[in-house]
Design a protein around this ligand. Structure first.
Ligand code: IPM
Ligand code: MG
Length: 383
């Protein structure tokens, strides 16, 4: 039987350097555990624009549709800020999400013990935190029509449209309920039903799906602004949060920072099952391309490594291998980051850590899990 196939799209900024660490793990798994992947690589984002004048070529899109899973690093950078909207690096990522129909974006936020001190919240509020935001990823205001900048009289008007069909809401709700059943059986749905019709429909459909198929799961509803407040106040009240594309974008960045660093969070974007039975899938860290630290060997690859672990779990049914990789990531966070408190003072000097779980000789060369100099919230920054 052919090996499962992976397409690596490392992208821009710190994408290639964090992905380099994942490639080492893939190599290690083949050599040491006999788990082999057919890996191909291609361009997405600014680097694809530089090479081809488009952030995602049709050929790359076709490859992404054909493989078992896509691993993506990051897209974007200041170099591309002035480009026409239609060819901005982000459009490449959005095209992948839309054309692969990756409607369910799982963004887990777990607080590693070693990082609890780095959260901007009190340690007891975040330690042991383990929640997942399920973000709808293929619809809503990101894709709704009409959209554009139009002339109205003698001024311009910018228009975007929040649009959700019942079936779009129902399928992401179902994925959230399924996930909750494997966890603590609780879903909180967030929208703005107090001001948006799409929010009213969202709330109704989530409730209907629940009552029909998932009555055993505890369901609550919150307005997204109150949800943001509750995420800061007492995030451990949540298990699974399901929300739309835009609110999910905002709330997942916030949930990420609760854990001490945006640089720690992986994500899985899943669609319908393919002929193989595997879901269409793209895995990517939540952090952006962090152009300010790109190329300096400072970027923390944990989020990208944990995204690969999610691929092992959700695409390849290799849960034990995923746990092995995740444990390595957690230890890495501890060893590399625990030496600085949130006030910047030193606690202890950690050994150098390699993603294969062994300790390096220290001090020389580029360290894969380098903490940088100003605490973990400086490791990667959002684009
Ligand atoms: C994310 C990012 C993307 C988004 C950008 C890069 C288009 O912020 O994945 O959260 O807004 O979805
Ligand atoms: Mg975002």
């Amino acid at each position: 039987m052919a090996n499962p196939s992976l397409l690596i799209l490392a992208g821009d900024g710190i994408g290639p350097e964090v992905m380099a660490e994942v490639k080492k793990i893939i190599g290690w798994m083949g050599a040491r555990r006999g788990i082999l992947f057919d890996v191909s690589e291609d361009l997405v984002g600014g680097c694809a624009y530089d090479a081809h004048g488009t952030p995602l070529t049709d050929a790359t899109m076709a490859k992404a549709q054909a493989v078992d899973a896509v691993l993506l690093g990051a897209v974007g950078g200041p170099k591309y800020d002035k480009l026409d909207f239609s060819v901005k690096p982000e459009r490449g990522l959005l095209r992948l999400r839309k054309e692969m129909d990756l409607f369910s974006n799982l963004r887990p936020a777990q607080c590693f013990d070693a990082l609890a001190d780095f959260s901007s919240l009190k340690k007891d509020v975040v330690s042991g935190l383990d929640i997942v935001i399920v973000r709808e990823l293929t619809s809503g205001v990101y894709f709704g029509e009409p959209r554009g900048i139009f002339k109205e009289g003698n001024e311009r008007v910018g228009i975007n449209t929040q649009r959700y069909t019942e079936s779009e809401i129902a399928r992401v709700a179902k994925s959230a309920f399924e996930l909750a059943r494997k966890r603590n059986n609780k879903v909180c749905s967030m929208e703005k039903a107090n001001v948006m019709e799409s929010g009213i429909l969202w709330r109704e459909v989530v409730q209907e799906v629940h009552d029909r198929d998932y009555p055993d799961v505890e369901l609550s509803h919150m307005y997204a602004d109150a949800g943001a407040m509750q995420l800061c106040r007492w995030p451990k009240q949540f298990d699974v949060i399901v929300t739309d594309n835009l609110f999910g974008d905002l709330l997942s960045d916030m949930a990420a920072m609760l854990t001490g660093s945006l640089g720690m969070l992986p994500s899985a974007s899943l669609g319908a099952p393919m002929a193989s039975g595997r879901p269409k899938a793209l895995y990517e860290p939540v952090h952006g391309s962090a152009p300010d630290i790109a190329g300096q060997g400072k970027a923390n690859p944990i989020a990208c490594i944990l995204s690969f672990a999610m691929a092992l779990r959700y695409s390849f049914d290799l849960g034990d291998e995923a746990t092995r990789v995740e444990r390595g990531g957690g230890k890495g966070a501890g060893r590399r980051l625990a030496h600085r408190r949130s006030d910047g003072s030193r606690r202890r000097h950690p050994g150098h850590h390699r993603p294969d779980g062994r300790r390096g000789s220290g001090g020389t060369g580029r360290q894969p899990l380098s903490a940088g100099s100003r605490g973990p919230d400086r490791l990667v920054t959002q684009m």
